[in-house]
Design a protein around this ligand. Structure first.
Ligand code: MEV
Length: 441
């Protein structure tokens, strides 16, 4: 189909935007409109709130919000909210929660909470002069940012430090103001970016006036000012451990065999990037689901986590496991820059509800809960992979998707769910079973 361009689209009303889309791209315009409108909320105020989160909203995109109960974290029980479309994730989280509930639960601790932002700039001249300019201007940078930092400082956060970094070995004339921040319960993106943009302004203006510089040296060029989503010093640890013999909960595998295979699986992910990426993807199944449910930025977390997984120059596992003196220990240390105030957290009613479900956590507490969701997900995945294989659980959960594809009615769902309790679920087996059932009736 031929498409066409449009100018001034963002200025059209919502209904005119929809008209343009359906008339340009759809043969059945009424049906396309119906589907888009089917997801509108009846509550106009609530719909308007969602419309205004982004530009050009035409409808809402639903994801299921599930909950995984029975998570014992540092002796407190949590029911964890998860927004995710993948069939088996919440079931796996709940299973892992129950497994560890009987074995002491999860232990967590926040290791560090520092975030980074940088002003990238170009300077062509004597480095020593730049250094003395920086020493002179640093207190002025901090002073000029006071209107932005005042409230954060009153709560115990703010700018931790600003360093001058020489990057001229990589790019001719390239330097940075490398700043570190403590943003408490805020994820801090707006706070950090506002500080950085103020630093850049002050830095440039003071440079023009600095008497130690030649005329050329005064012309500092700011390239950009932006926070970093790489947060290796905003780290949280989550851990489970128990006696090896307590690991078995069935007759099929001994605790010892399970622990050995499990550690082997983790070791493989530690040294083999092809496996590590999938292994970590499974961890992110848990992490992203909680991050979405709590209104945090999963792209920021994803970018930071994967960079961290490569910090030694080779992509590797985010979890680790060991058996020492008959004790099995499985843990992760993961960078998570999260917020429980600001952003969507005060705006989106479901996000507020999710945070209340989690006992209204501080950002530090949320870091620990999210890390646990990741560790639990990885535990469930490795447990399946090293014992029954992943497909058993996956396909069981996927059964409902296939049944829905074939528009199975309630009665058919009931009969086939029962049937597949004792038969292996494959796509073709389900299709066959539906056909057979429909022929019979
Ligand atoms: C699927 O979404 C995630 C897994 O592939 C993770 C893993 O292999 O560890 C099951």
């Amino acid at each position: 189909m031929m498409s066409k361009t449009i100018s001034g689209f963002s200025k059209l009303s919502k209904s005119n935007k929809i008209d343009w889309i359906v008339n340009t791209y759809f043969s059945n315009t009424e049906e396309a409109k119906r589907i888009l409108k089917q997801y509108w909320n009846n509550n106009e105020k609530l719909q308007q709130l969602h419309d205004e989160f982004i530009e050009n909203t035409v409808t809402n995109y639903y994801l299921p919000l599930g909950v995984a109960p029975n998570f014992l974290i540092n002796d407190t029980l949590y029911t964890i909210p998860m927004a995710i479309e993948e069939s088996s994730v919440v079931a796996a989280a709940s299973k892992a929660a129950n497994f560890w509930l009987d074995r002491g639960g999860f232990k967590t601790k926040v290791i560090s909470t520092t975030k980074i932002g940088q002003v990238h700039f170009m300077y062509h001249g004597d480095f020593k002069k730049l250094q003395s300019f920086f020493n002179y201007v640093k207190p002025i940078l901090i002073k000029d940012a006071k209107p932005i930092t005042k409230n954060m400082e009153a709560r115990g956060g703010g700018i931790i430090d600003i360093e001058l970094r020489d990057k001229t070995e990589d790019i001719n004339g390239y330097y940075q103001l490398h700043a570190s921040f403590e943003t408490l319960d805020a994820m801090g993106a707006n706070f950090i970016n506002s500080c950085l943009e103020q630093f850049a302004k002050t830095f440039k203006n003071e440079g023009l006036l600095f008497e130690g510089f030649s005329e050329e040296e005064k012309q500092i060029q700011i390239v950009m000012s932006i926070l970093s989503n790489y947060v290796p010093d905003c780290l949280v640890r989550a851990e489970v451990s128990c006696k090896v013999e307590d690991l078995s909960d069935n007759d099929l595998i001994s605790g010892e065999d399970f622990a050995t295979k499990f550690v082997q699986a983790v070791n493989i992910a530690e040294i083999e990037p092809y496996r590590a990426v999938t292994h970590n993807k499974g961890i992110m199944n848990g992490i992203d689901a909680v991050i979405l449910a709590t209104g945090n930025d999963f792209r920021a977390v994803e970018a930071g986590v994967h960079a961290y997984a490569s910090r030694h120059g080779k992509y590797s596992s985010l979890t680790h496991a060991k058996i020492v003196d008959g004790i099995f220990t499985f843990w992760t240390e993961i960078p998570l820059a999260l917020g429980t105030v600001g952003g969507l957290t005060n705006l989106h009613p479901l996000v507020k509800l999710a945070l209340e479900l989690l006992h209204k956590p501080s950002a530090k507490e949320l870091m620990q809960i999210v890390a646990v969701a990741g560790l639990a997900q990885n535990f469930a995945a490795l447990r399946s992979l090293t014992t029954t294989g992943i497909q058993q659980g996956h396909m069981k959960m996927h059964l409902m998707n296939i049944l829905n594809q074939f528009e199975a009615n309630e009665k058919e769902k009931e009969i086939l769910t029962e049937h597949f309790k004792t038969n292996t679920v494959t796509h073709s087996a389900v299709v066959e079973a539906i056909k057979e059932l429909r022929v019979k009736n």
